[in-house]
Design a protein. Sequence first.
Length: 336
Amino acid sequence: MLIFAVESSCDETAVALYKSGVLAHKVYSQFVIHQKYKGVVPELAARSHIEKLIPLTEECLQEAEVSKKAIDAVAYTMGPGLIPCLMAGAAYARSLAYGLEVPALGIHHLESHILSPLLSDDKPSFPYVTLLVSGGHTQLYEVLDYGDYRLHGQTRDDAAGEAFDKTAVLLGLSYPGGAELEKLAKKGDHSRFSSKHKLTMPMANSGDYDFSFSGIKTQVRYLAAKLDLQNDREVADLAAAFQHTITKGLTDKTLALAQEKGIKNIAIVGGVSANRYFRDMAKAKSSSRGMKVYFAPLEYATDNAAMVALTASYRLSKGQKDNLIIQAKPRLGIPA
């Protein structure tokens, strides 16, 4: 079955073609549009989705060397996400399916991320523990099979990616902040703030698998007020300390859940999983415990339509499809 998929939940416009594997995929990132606002403006993002979806579709079809008429089903991100952005993608995908007289299916954004490591040549087998870390979500799942996901922990305030972006603003970095902070942290020494000015991970010893990130942002704010932010070395050291503290806290709880459940396979997914320091730490810590950590390929770590198509292939194989209603849900529980 040839599946065409659309992802438009936030500030990436993405399309993909999938048939037992990814035939082609395209992603347009809107960071230039939102850069001056230091965050995503939903109405501007939705307008950009509308402008980019048709040309990206044509590029994707040309790269895969297939005709639009060859599409057997259309999938799209139904939620969660920004409602104007979801509506833009859902309306486009549903209209395309209607015109082609093929099934359409709305897909859960988080389920797509959970299954994204299966797009890799080196993929985990079920069961595996998944840490989902992005700009909007931080959650820990036990993944038993397709469609069988058990939530064990989540953030009680900010998401990890949001904490990266907001901390970058505190340090005077440009948008998108998470990527800029990672670049700066490579030049710093995190150990400088491990003694005299120690950053701590909130809820590290809470006895559960929940997370909190608002407190560490406050710690950074107070430290930044005492430092000379014109001194590149001091800012780089603080960025490195923040990155180290966050990634260690995330990794430790993920490994603890895997150990409790007796699961050897771990997956780390979502936009924050593209952070190289995070990947290296997770690999080292999991290996020391006889576990193996998996990631989606970097091109599928952030929001993309290939993971939507993969998830749709499973759902469609079970006979699931939408009615004619265009569905977009900004808040959406994980499907069974």
